[in-house]
Design a protein around this ligand. Structure first.
Ligand code: FUL
Length: 676
């Protein structure tokens, strides 16, 4: 028992619900709807109900995979933007009850609720505020409908731990046959305060996520790519607008506790698309997501697209299991409790607040300094060289988030050297660095909002995990690779076969004949013998003879250099549409195109509405594809559109709209797909 009084809490602090939620750390999303059967990211609301027939649906398989992957809950898209309901809602015909599945007697939400209960998981609900099917969307009566549905979902399926209100709102849709664009103001239209009261009355312990016009109890982190800012405060202001930077970093001066939830899909898109079966995130990528979410004071909501049969795909299941195993292996042996631990200064000189409290396995004890003392250090001494490559640290956030700058140093061969710097800590911060043999580690708090309260320090030596290289093809057709790992080699094949360390090693760009290619590559660490997962990319004919028309800006060639890291921007001096016209150099049979936007974090100029035109002669253009790149702003992945075969020499990608509503259009890469 401390003889010296503990520090006073530093407002704001998490509610009991927020604290319970934070301790879940990782949980799952499942995306399943009519989109699953139409290969779409966003259904329009007029999709045929007879398409929905998941003959092999097994919610117990979803729950088993999630439980085995260490995920603590599942949030299901009970209703996505298309308005289709996975439960037999009394208030619409557009639901499972009018599908062939189980003769209309099925209930996906009900089956999942039972499976979650059986596997010890919590259940969460995604209910899209935007409904592209509903005739009265944008009128007041829709809000009653929305609340009736919410009432069904929060009444009939047991405890709901989280409710998810998506931010995508208003726009084009079927709307009961009107087929028009409807605009709403998400701040006023949904009347959130009364919806929140309804939630509280039905499920007082349910946590609210809302990106649809009001502050929830959790926040989106401003990207669907699986990472929050390295600086990540769990606070925001309760009033006023929230900028993207605030979503990504929180606000140290914020007066409300609104912690970060990182949401990302195990594949590029949220719903199932057969073309993504080979695009499941690799183990290194999934580990990056873990370190950039749970390792940065956020929780992780990891999505599994459900297949048309009604299952988590075996590739996704394998990836999730490998990922969970790698996390278990990385943190299996905490070296910190084996060290002699000391701290300076210590609150009131009382050992109840001493350094040893950071390694005692008790989340209710901590190292703390005196009030007003914002700096101090904890030293761990092993007395002999010990290999380490991970440092974990946790604050007692129930007393408020405090630390804003810290440093980790190590005694290496008799001298102190810096291993890593950090800003915020929060619930948990994990730092990675190359393995190094150290005899001591010193963790120093350099700045804080109030005296630091550190509940845990962990030190680990995680197994090395290599990542597949980025595969690129330039305009000439040469192949090259890029790897973030330092030291390992890249080995590749150009014929679609699996590469091994005996395959050719990449040293310089590889010239090719410009034909179609199926390239595969690995990174290989000769010192440990370790090999990365295989990366793969298919390329159409090289773009050797391509010429970008109507520009003499040399930077425009960036959209043909094959490097996803380079971009070119074009505008018309104020007016849309913006056309990108290209001469392919010869007549070809085209069947589709691929567009990679400026996908840097919040890269500007992402095309959301497009037209794709072709011509044989620059005079008689023909429109061959048009529509939206659904969800591309939040998830700026490569878009691929197919169309009926057409002979053409010229192509035009017309940007009708971009994410910002201006005429600045960004292109990282543009390719065509030719018939073969
Ligand atoms: C986004 C939606 O528009 C996507 O389709 C997906 O549901 C994702 C989780 O949220 O905003």
């Amino acid at each position: 028992m401390p003889s010296f009084p503990p520090p006073a809490p530093l407002a704001p602090t998490p509610s009991a619900t927020q604290w319970r939620w934070q301790r879940l750390e990782t949980y799952a999303f499942v995306h399943f709807s009519l989109n699953t059967y139409t290969d779409q990211a966003w259904g329009y609301g007029d999709e045929d109900l007879s398409l929905f027939n998941p003959q092999g649906l097994d919610a117990r398989q979803w729950a088993r995979v999630c439980r085995d992957a260490g995920l603590k809950a599942i949030i299901v898209t009970a209703k996505h933007h298309c308005g289709f309901c996975l439960w037999p809602s009394k208030y619409t015909d557009y639901s499972v009850k009018n599908t062939p599945w189980k003769d209309g007697k099925g209930d996906v939400v009900g089956e999942l609720a039972a499976a979650c209960q059986e596997y010890g998981l919590k259940l969460g609900i995604y209910l899209s505020p935007w409904d592209r099917n509903r005739a009265d969307y944008a009128q007041p009566s829709y809000i009653s409908y929305f609340r009736q549905q919410l009432t069904e979902l929060l009444t009939n399926y047991g405890p709901i731990f989280e409710i998810w209100f998506d931010g995508a709102n208003g726009g084009s849709g079927y709307y009961g046959g009107a087929r028009e664009i409807r605009t709403i103001d998400p701040k006023t239209y949904y009347d959130w305060p009364n919806t929140y009261s309804l939630i509280r009355s039905l499920q007082p312990e349910c946590i609210i996520w809302n990106d649809g016009g009001d502050r929830g109890e959790l926040r989106w982190v401003g990207t669907e790519d699986g990472f929050v800012g390295e600086t990540n405060w769990s606070m925001l202001d309760s009033q006023g607008d929230v900028s993207w930077a605030m979503l990504h970093h929180g606000l140290p001066s914020g007066d409300a506790w609104v912690a970060a939830e990182v949401n990302t899909s195990i594949r590029p898109e949220w719903f199932y698309h057969p073309s993504e079966d080979g695009k499941v995130k690799s183990l290194p990528r999934l580990l990056d997501v873990y370190y950039a979410s749970v390792g940065r004071n956020a929780s992780l909501l990891l999505n599994f697209p459900i297949t048309p049969a009604g299952l988590i795909h075996p590739n996704d299941e394998r990836a999730a299991r490998e990922w969970a195993q790698a996390i278990r292996d990385s943190f299996a042996h905490d070296l910190a409790p084996q060290a002699q631990v000391s701290a300076s200064p210590v609150r009131g000189g009382d050992p109840a607040y001493g350094g040893a409290r950071t390694v005692d396995g008790d989340i209710d004890t901590y190292w703390a300094t005196d009030d007003g003392v914002m700096q101090g250090a904890v030293t761990l001494d092993w007395g002999r060289p010990t290999a380490i490559n991970r440092f974990m640290v946790e604050e007692d956030i129930r007393q408020g988030q405090r630390v804003s700058a810290f440093e980790v140093e190590a005694m290496v061969g008799g001298a102190w050297q810096t291993l890593a710097h950090g800003t915020t800590i929060g619930y948990r911060r994990i730092l990675r660095f190359p393995s190094v043999a150290v005899s001591q580690v010193r963790f120093s708090v350099r700045a804080a909002r109030a005296c630091p309260m550190i509940t845990r320090i962990g030190v680990f030596n995680a197994p090395l995990v290599l990542r597949p290289p980025t595969i690129m093809r330039n305009q000439q057709g040469d192949i090259s690779f890029r790897t973030d790992d330092i030291g390992p080699f890249v080995h590749y094949t150009l014929d679609g076969s699996s590469p091994t360390p005996q395959s050719p090693r990449f040293t310089a760009p590889i010239p090719t004949d410009g034909g179609r290619l199926d390239v595969r590559a690995i990174t290989f660490d000769p010192s440990s013998g370790q090999v990365s997962p295989v990366g793969s990319e298919t390329f159409d004919l090289a773009r050797r003879a391509w010429a970008i028309l109507d520009t003499d800006d040399p930077d425009s060639l960036r959209l043909l250099d094959g490097d996803p890291a380079t971009v070119w921007h074009k505008n018309n001096g104020g007016a849309l549409p913006v056309d990108l016209e290209i001469d392919l150099g010869s007549q070809q049979t085209l069947v589709g195109f691929r567009y990679l936007p400026d996908h840097a974090l919040w890269g500007p100029g992402i095309i959301t509405q497009y037209e794709f035109w072709v011509a044989a002669d620059l005079v008689s253009w023909k429109l061959v594809s048009e529509g939206e790149f659904s969800n591309i702003v939040n998830n700026p992945i490569r878009q691929e559109k197919a169309f009926a075969p057409v002979e053409a020499r010229y192509i035009r990608l017309r940007a009708l709209k971009n994410g910002e509503g201006n005429d600045n259009i960004g292109y990282s890469n543009l390719e065509v797909i030719t018939m073969h």
